[in-house]
Design a protein around this ligand. Structure first.
Ligand code: CTP
Length: 421
């Protein structure tokens, strides 16, 4: 007798793990799709995390048919903010801290490595086959009569059990080399291994990273830096020759791991901002190398400034390591840099004295201001123009070094400056 494959139903699992409002959302979406005679599926990371019992409430939904029409209907029900991309047949819904991507099932063909694929409407089978790894290529049906049925065409569940990250076909990293970073990220996040044949392909295709735009690589790096312990992925990327594709001088070593861990301790109870990690990753580059990284990753103005500030602070660490510096000098060294750059300086300094000086600036010195204002100075007879700024600066310096305590002290100093003995 022919054996009928047993269908696995994950409804109970979804009930246990998803908040009831999300469960309600996907049920209603399934009903709406049914009304339009569309098939609807939950796919990607949320399915993977359901099976791993990890919380993940970012719904990724695929419709065989018009996803945008369905998305608008669901948006209406949930009063969600909707963003649609008609060209790609995709929509994103945002409501009450929830997010759902609803996309039309599609096939993808890659005409050129690194370029974005050509996309055509397809079936769920096509849509699953275009994905990066087996563990991200599972689906759950949402239509009422088949609600909860598990679709695993590429042995994703087996790979979750074996704890491996495996590509679906040999050209995967050539089609889309960002998957190299993604493989490392999932491996390290989940404590899995990149499966041996996949690892071979990855190593063989590391050079394909040069086919991908800096923007897309930056996006992958940002995702890495949002992980709980990004140093794990960075270290692994270092060993695989992936990190030095960002810049040959970057290192994923023990210094980096220790410094990232210190950043985490310092930022408790929050996670460090990804930009602080980025500043630490770039910390040991020279100023020229920093510029190369900035232009390769096409960093925003603000992030580029952060890396430049960090580099400038690093260049002053030697001077800041001298014990007993006058506070006004510390102020001069550090004035004008962002707090994230200063924090990177503290963490990267490698000198307790320099770190203390930077902390002193961050906690105390940067808040020191003269009591007298520009207007007060005018009233005391300081001529308008650059002189006002000079006198304010002299007052601040004297305050920083503890030479002035009160408004009267400041006035006396101003009078002294106006009428030198
Ligand atoms: N995907 C892919 N190839 C890529 C990017 C994404 O195949 N280069 C697919 C995967 O199936 C992935 C899904 O699109 O699961 C959604 O992508 P993304 O939101 O980046 O991944 P998640 O799996 O949701 O990962 P994370 O848990 O990191 O959010």
């Amino acid at each position: 007798m022919m054996k009928v494959p047993k269908t696995i139903n994950l409804t109970d699992r979804m009930q246990e793990q998803l908040p009831s409002d999300l469960l309600d959302f996907i049920k209603k979406a399934g009903e709406a799709a049914q009304k339009h005679q569309q098939r609807l599926y939950l796919v990607g990371g949320v399915v993977r995390d359901l099976l791993l019992e990890r919380s993940n409430f970012d719904l990724d939904i695929v419709a065989e048919g018009d996803a945008i029409k369905l998305a608008r209907e669901m948006a209406h029900l949930n009063r969600a903010k909707t963003t649609v991309h008609p060209r790609f047949g995709t929509a994103n819904l945002l409501w009450a801290k929830r997010s759902a991507d609803i996309t039309t099932a599609r096939t993808e063909t890659y005409e050129k490595p690194g370029a974005l694929p050509t996309v055509k409407p397809g079936t769920i089978v096509d849509d699953i086959a275009r994905r990066d790894f087996s563990i991200n290529a599972m689906a759950i049906e949402l239509n009422p009569r088949h609600f909860g049925e598990f679709i695993d065409l590429h042995s994703g569940r087996r790979d979750l059990k074996r704890q491996v990250v495996r590509v679906l076909h040999d050209n995967s990293f050539i089609d889309d080399a960002t998957r190299i970073w993604r493989a490392v990220r999932y491996e390290q996040r989940l404590g899995f291994r990149i499966e041996p044949a996949t690892l071979k392909l990855l190593k063989r295709n590391v050079a394909m990273l040069s086919t991908v735009s800096g923007d897309r690589i930056r996006h992958e790096l940002e995702l890495v830096l949002k992980e709980e312990e990004p140093e794990n992925a960075i270290k692994r990327a270092g060993k695989l020759g992936v990190l030095n594709r960002l810049h040959p001088s970057l290192k994923g070593d023990d210094w980096l791991a220790e410094t990232f861990a210190l950043a985490r301790e310092r930022c408790l109870p929050d996670n460090p901002p990804p930009n602080l990690y980025l500043a630490l990753l770039a910390y040991r580059l020279t100023a020229d190398e920093t510029e190369q990284l900035i232009s390769y990753l096409r960093l925003t103005k603000a992030t580029a400034q952060l890396l430049r500030d960090t580099s400038a602070i690093k260049a002053k660490i030697k001077e800041l390591s001298a014990p007993g510096l006058a506070p006004s000098l510390v102020y001069d060294f550090l004035h004008g840099y962002s707090l994230t750059a200063l924090t990177a300086g503290v963490l990267g300094a490698g000198s307790a004295t320099a770190a203390e000086h930077i902390e002193l600036y961050m906690n105390v010195l940067r808040h020191v201001n003269p009591v007298l204002s520009g207007d007060d100075l005018k009233k005391l007879g300081v001529p308008e123009g650059p002189k006002i700024k000079d006198v304010l600066q002299a007052l601040r310096e004297a305050r920083l070094d503890g030479k002035l305590d009160s408004k009267e002290d400041e006035e006396e100093m101003v009078r002294g400056l106006l009428n030198p003995p």
